[in-house]
Design a protein around this ligand. Sequence first.
Ligand code: GDP
Length: 200
Amino acid sequence: MIINTARFVVSNTDVNKCPQDQRHEYAFIGRSNVGKSSLINMLTGKKNLAMTSSTPGKTMLINHFLIDDSWYIVDLPGYGYARRSKEDRLRLEKIIKNYILNRKQMTNLFLLIDSRHAPQKIDLDFMDFLGENGVPFSLVFTKMDKQSAAAGAHQVAAYLEALLERWEELPPVFKTSSSDGRGKKEILDYIEELNKLPLE
Ligand code: GDP
């Protein structure tokens, strides 16, 4: 699948104020700086659609982007940002969990992981939460261009092996780079397949 048009629709903190039309939507989430904005911009082919970390005043909002007038990409706030106050972190957690647990249109959640990092507690805990609540999700390893092919393959394999110590099954896995476009086709083709399923 190729994306032709992508436009920002709305930002808010309340799942009840998200678009009310019945379209498939795909949410992207990960720790701050994982490469989420860059990935959304890469997938859509729009340089500045999602705001990157360097954008001043980057907020704690749920952002909806309408793709080809038929489905949504949702940019969820990044979590695990150490410089946020405890109060902000709790507020953020509430916004994210409310959205994930209540948004019926959310067909899949893409959880982004920096491919250079070993499993982090905050991500593992988040996966536990997704599993316990039956939330459909996939893993997206980002920044694959930042290491050699061999090192990247080794790193991802070690990560998945660690996951198998906790879980019996692995979710779908995508290896990506916003710099060289790796993984774009795979993610968009996956979304294209899911778009064919009826919304429950
Ligand atoms: P976000 O906070 O998760 O939205 O992360 P950003 O998309 O703003 O990216 C954080 C930093 O990582 C920026 O400096 C990006 O240029 C860089 N970055 C993001 N994705 C990639 C990638 O695939 N390859 C490389 N080399 N750098 C990346």
